[in-house]
Write a protein that binds this ligand. Structure first.
Ligand SMILES: [Fe+2]
Length: 253
């Protein structure tokens, strides 16, 4: 059988959707990328790992591998910006794995902490076991008090930086960056968007959740300071990602 040039082209083009679907369902959801960001090369007070939106659904090996990967990066501290477990029944196992993290782990709740009904005391206890803290509308010092980490739950307006410290702000919802009432932070971290999770060439993300606004993923300059929005580890809806791999960010600030 002789295949003409036109038929070859047809075959090639025809395979594009098949490859895209295979990528979205089989490749990207489990293929975590590392993004490196150096905010101020002259300062370098702190090197942290940011991850977000775990949406843990019982994939123990994947979470163990993630914690090991973060441990190997040996950051000064680790920041998490919400959505630990997809459902209440997965929360204990997720916390059991997270509490073994070597660097101090700081975090704030996402919408799934509220929806799943997970006990905030248990989360708090697991984060404290790493030397870090769970910070819903609270703050803590880190790194021999050089760093002040402020966490937002529902009240971004209450978040206050402290003079003379490196001020890091953790929040779930990227759009909260516009509700910080003129205050300035050295770094703001957020999640929730999943980067859109599925992005189309030229179009971008057809769907993003509420309270993402214009801050879908990556680094933004905002009036309140540099904002980094992580694409998250897990997924909502179906286990699919396209042109939007899950991510951990190594940020030097
Ligand atoms: Fe999420």
């Amino acid at each position: 059988v002789k295949i003409t040039r036109r038929q070859w082209i047809g075959l090639g083009l025809g395979s594009v959707p098949v490859l895209a679907v295979a990528d979205a369902f089989l490749v990207e959801p489990g293929w975590i990328r590392q993004t490196d960001v150096v905010l101020d090369p002259g300062r370098r007070t702190c090197r942290l790992v940011h991850f977000t939106d775990l949406h843990y659904r019982g994939d123990e090996l994947a979470l163990l591998a993630l914690v090991k990967r973060i441990d190997r990066l040996a950051p000064d501290l680790v920041c998490f910006t919400g959505d630990i477990a997809e459902e209440l029944k997965y929360a204990d196992e997720a916390l059991k794995i997270l509490r073994a993290m070597k660097a101090p782990l700081y975090g704030v709740p996402g919408n799934h902490e509220g929806w799943s009904g997970v006990d905030a005391g248990k989360i708090s206890e697991a984060f404290a076991a790493t030397g870090g803290a769970w910070l819903p509308d609270r703050w803590a010092y880190a790194l021999s008090s050089q760093v002040r980490i402020t966490g937002v739950d529902q009240a971004p307006g209450k978040a206050t930086p402290e003079e003379g410290k490196l001020n890091i702000l953790l929040m779930h919802y990227p759009a909260f960056a516009d509700r910080l009432e003129g205050k300035k932070f050295d770094l703001i971290l957020a999640g929730h968007s999943h980067g859109g999770q599925v992005r189309l060439p030229l179009v971008g993300a057809p769907v993003v959740p509420f309270d993402v606004g214009k801050y879908q993923r990556g680094l933004y300059s905002t009036p309140a300071g540099p904002l980094y929005v992580g694409t998250g580890i897990g997924w909502y809806g179906v286990r699919a990602r396209f042109l939007c791999r899950p991510e951990i960010a190594v940020i030097t600030v």
